[in-house]
Design a protein around this ligand. Structure first.
Ligand code: UDX
Length: 441
């Protein structure tokens, strides 16, 4: 929404939320305090806020004034009831649709921006139709407009998208939304489809991307066993234009708010439609991802003579990828939990993730002794007295570690486990460390 406001000066954008604290944070005069860390976002908000970008808790008022409402609430995996563990929980989407049904005036275009199971638009349409039994001078058009941005590169992804996808049945509504994006996106990159194709394209794009990561992580393990190098293999296959070079980076498994949730949702829907083989196929992408995370914790324990009880391990990175403070489904969570379970003492370093978040993710506060963790401020502290450093997030700063300095404060024999192939492994070896790098045979 900030980028829309930035690019479309004639459009007034009001972001509303029931959470007053969150809205206050978006209105904070100190731009470093915005609730989301995303490179370049502060600059965009600084340009647009107060001009044509507003943050407010006056939900009904903003809906009443709007020509277009974007439903952008979260759709987490259901934790109980029918479809628990797989289906998306649509309660916030439904609540938003009911708010729109209550507060909208005149003709309102309702845009699904949240990632949703295919055929959710039907639910929204029904709620809106029920609120206007006799027309009463109000009408609605529902569009699907999934968001493909990735965290850490959200601003460039929005400013130069590969494509914008708009699904719908009402040509005037589609044209209106295409007109907004058309202010800065070339028209050949604005694709229009029917509603269901648009909804399903989002789930499918994430499933394909995640599948590439599980594929390369499976091959990484195979490389380690056979003396091949996964980066050489990735380069060789990526040169085939049919495969392409992107998203072939082996690592500790994918994290983030989307991939697992969307695949599980796809699996659930396939089963719902009786497509058991298709469901089982996609389910395996998630199964391999969990295996990769477990495999890394296990190999750390194995290399440290079969036990990490009471041993210090420095964990480099906790976010699910670099350039974000987001830890949702971060592979670091499962890997750290497994090591804590084994009795390790973790010294966790992440430049953006606050201690409270790590406490929530690991399910225990910082402490001391066996099976405990502490947050540290730099690599030197992470390494202090440690038998191993375990690199889990590819923050740029980890590429430039001064290995002789770090090795000097570790307990020998010491290890570097680089699950992202980010560190300078040769320099670490030269400084006397044992080095394991993902996918390196
Ligand atoms: C993803 C999709 O890319 C985006 O289009 C969608 O809108 C939301 O979900 P995001 O989760 O922000 O975006 O990050 P992404 O860059 O896709 O990375 C997801 C995970 O895969 C991260 O944990 C990342 O480290 C991992 N990854 C990515 C790899 O392990 N290897 C790769 O080659 C690429």
């Amino acid at each position: 929404m900030a980028v829309i406001a930035d690019r479309c000066l004639e459009v007034q954008v009001t972001v509303v939320d029931l959470n007053a604290e969150r809205i206050a944070a978006w209105n904070d005069p100190d731009f470093s305090k915005l609730p989301v860390y995303e490179p370049g976002l502060d600059g965009v908000v600084a340009r647009a806020r107060g001009r044509n970008l507003h943050f407010s808790t006056a939900v009904d008022e903003a809906i009443g004034e709007a020509d277009m409402v974007f439903i952008s609430v979260n759709t987490p995996t259901k934790t109980r009831g029918l479809g628990a563990g797989q289906a998306s929980d649509l309660k916030w989407v439904e609540a938003s649709a009911r708010s729109v049904a209550r507060a909208a005036r005149g003709h309102t275009i309702v845009v699904e921006k949240s990632t949703l199971p295919v055929r959710t638009a039907e639910v929204i349409q029904k709620i809106l139709a029920a609120a206007t039994p006799n027309g009463d001078g109000r009408s609605f058009s529902v569009l699907s407009n999934p968001e493909f941005l990735a965290e850490g590169t959200a601003i460039p992804d929005l400013e130069q998208p590969d494509r914008v996808l708009i699904g719908g049945e009402d040509p005037a509504a589609i044209a209106a939304l295409a007109g907004v994006y058309g202010q800065w996106v070339p028209s050949d990159r604005i694709l229009t489809t029917n509603l269901w194709s648009s909804e399903l394209s989002k789930l499918t794009a994430n499933a394909f991307l995640a599948q590439r990561i599980s594929s390369i992580n499976g091959i990484a393990a195979f490389c380690e066993a056979t003396g091949a190098d996964v980066r050489e293999v990735a380069k060789a296959i990526g040169a085939d234009s049919r495969i392409g070079p992107k998203f072939l980076q082996a690592g500790p498994g994918f994290g983030g708010s989307c991939f697992q949730k969307d695949i599980l949702n796809l699996v659930y829907l396939c089963r719902h439609y009786g497509l058991e083989e298709v469901a089982a196929y996609w389910e395996q992408v998630v199964a391999l991802n969990h295996w990769q995370q477990r495999r890394i914790a296990r190999l750390v324990v194995t290399r440290l003579f079969g036990t990490v009880t009471g041993k210090r391990i420095g964990v480099l990175g906790f976010a699910f990828k670099a350039d974000t403070n987001d830890t949702r489904e971060s592979p670091a969570i499962r890997v750290c939990q497994d090591l804590l379970e084994e009795g390790a003492i973790l010294q966790i370093l992440d430049p953006k993730v606050p201690e409270g978040q790590i406490t929530a993710d690991l399910g225990q506060p910082a402490g001391t002794g066996e099976g405990s963790w502490q947050q540290v401020a730099d690599v030197q502290q992470a390494a202090s007295g440690a038998d191993a450093l375990l690199l889990l997030t590819e923050w740029q700063q980890f590429a430039g570690i001064d290995w002789p300095e770090v090795a000097a404060v570790m307990r020998q024999p010491a290890w570097l486990f680089d699950a992202r192939a980010r560190a300078d492994g040769a320099a670490a070896r030269a400084a006397g460390l044992n080095v394991w790098t993902v996918g390196e045979g």
